[in-house]
Design a protein around this ligand. Structure first.
Ligand code: 5GP
Length: 182
């Protein structure tokens, strides 16, 4: 019997396949490993979007790491950041004196990362570096130093591999441009 149901991801055009993401993630992991020269690093993932990228990249980083998470929600409509940010779940311990590596899924305006960097700096870590899987250079509204970027992408709304639209599509193994109704 023919399957007449439409695919639930039919409104998404693939930008990066699961294989491309894995290959780039492994490269980033090698660079990060080389940078820290065996030192311990506290990896901080930004929830929720980072959950797949973080799970994959930590397995390519050959260092004694610890992992923490911080939950951020930014106000605005579903496809545009307002820069007004709230911490919804905080770190579970002090990061004073530690080398911090932030793992983010996507940086667009930079407002969320700016807020987070300022907030974490008040906790007196030894250093803070930023690794983002995706970066939209055209969207930048504030300058943030990004140390490792997986892919630079055009100013389009993307979903998949942790990124959602209205809570959906995080489980897609690929990243794609969403062109359904927003
Ligand atoms: P920024 O503050 O840099 O503008 O945006 C950061 C946050 O906005 C990201 O962590 C993410 O939650 C959301 N965001 C920005 N662009 C996109 C996008 O293309 N797709 C999705 N799903 N979220 C995005």
């Amino acid at each position: 019997m023919a399957n007449t149901r439409e695919r639930w991801d039919r409104d998404i055009d693939v930008l990066f396949s699961a294989e491309e993401i894995a290959a780039r993630t492994a490269e980033l992991g090698r660079e990060i490993t080389a940078h820290y020269e065996g030192k311990p690093v506290c990896v901080i993932g930004i929830l929720k979007g980072c959950f797949l990228f973080l799970a994959d990249i930590v397995r390519t980083i050959d260092l004694p790491i610890s992992t923490e998470f911080i939950g951020i929600s930014s106000y605005g409509n579903e496809t545009e950041s307002s820069g007004v940010v709230q911490i919804t779940a905080d770190l579970t311990r002090s990061i004073e004196g530690q080398d911090i590596l932030i793992i983010e899924d996507i940086i667009d305006t930079g407002l969320t990362m700016r807020y987070l960097l300022d907030n974490l700096a008040t906790r007196r870590p030894n250093s803070i570096k930023v690794c983002t899987l995706l970066h939209k250079p055209e969207g930048a509204r504030v300058r943030v130093a990004i140390d490792w970027v997986g892919f630079e992408i055009p100013n389009k709304f993307v979903v998949g591999y942790g990124l959602d639209y209205a809570g959906r599509f995080r489980n897609l193994p690929y990243i794609g441009v969403y062109h359904g109704a927003t």
